[in-house]
Write a protein that binds this ligand. Structure first.
Ligand code: GAR
Length: 206
């Protein structure tokens, strides 16, 4: 099956580029139907446009008038994704908490990548958290999105050693290289229908 993907970003979009590159190489059976951002100046939007991918900026501000701004925003985002024929959603550096409104529109069909070995160091600044904790190993995690932040079933992880003298920048760069491998790989497992969800465990079928 070919995945009809929507990718949500807030920043530079290097994971988005890794996904597009994997599609071009033929190692990921997917089409990116839409790249959407909550940030007007997200560099990833420009990079997506250059690659001929439809993009949209959805401004959160008008939704602040609503009774439930986050739900209203996600309802609009979900409608946009559906309008573009998106069947699976990849969060790629999307720095907004996704509400149950969007999760219910795409149940077990939203992926996220996080720069730590979850459940260690969820939330913001995961690489800094790992360094400050004194961890010797960190890494990245691709997981399905559930209502708890960074809590969903884990699909793929890669470990990255923390070296003496590492800074947030040096560690982030090494983790990022692994993210660029893991994200397309996890999406390809979904495309191949090899993910079997049982409770919070994801079994990978051979
Ligand atoms: C990546 O390191 C990703 O794991 C992280 O933001 C970066 C986005 O980079 N995501 C989170 O921290 C989510 N909690 P990119 O825009 O170059 O893909």
């Amino acid at each position: 099956m070919s995945l009809a993907l929507g990718v949500l970003i807030s920043g530079r979009g290097s994971n988005l580029m890794a996904i597009l590159d994997a599609i071009d190489r033929g190692s990921l059976d997917a089409t990116v139907k839409l790249v959407a951002s909550n940030k007007l100046n997200a560099a990833g939007l420009e990079r997506a446009k250059e690659r001929g991918v439809p993009t949209v900026y959805l401004d959160p501000k008008p939704f602040t008038q609503e009774t439930n701004p986050r739900e209203a925003y996600d309802r609009a985002m979900g409608a946009l994704l559906q309008h573009h024929g998106v069947k699976y959603v990849a969060l790629a550096g999307y720095m907004r908490i996704v509400t149950p409104t969007l999760i219910r529109m795409y149940p077990s069909k939203i992926f996220n990548i996080h720069p730590s070995l979850l459940p260690a160091f969820p939330g913001l600044d995961a690489q800094r958290q790992a360094l400050e904790w004194g961890a010797k190993v960190s890494g990245c995690t691709v997981h399905l999105v559930t209502e708890g932040v960074d809590e969903g079933p884990i699909i793929v992880q890669a470990a990255v050693p923390i070296l003496e003298g590492d800074t947030v920048e040096s560690l982030s760069a090494r983790i990022l290289e692994n993210e660029h491998e893991c994200y397309p790989q996890a999406l390809q497992l979904m495309a191949q229908q090899r993910l079997h969800l049982e409770g919070r465990q994801v079994h990978i079928l051979s």
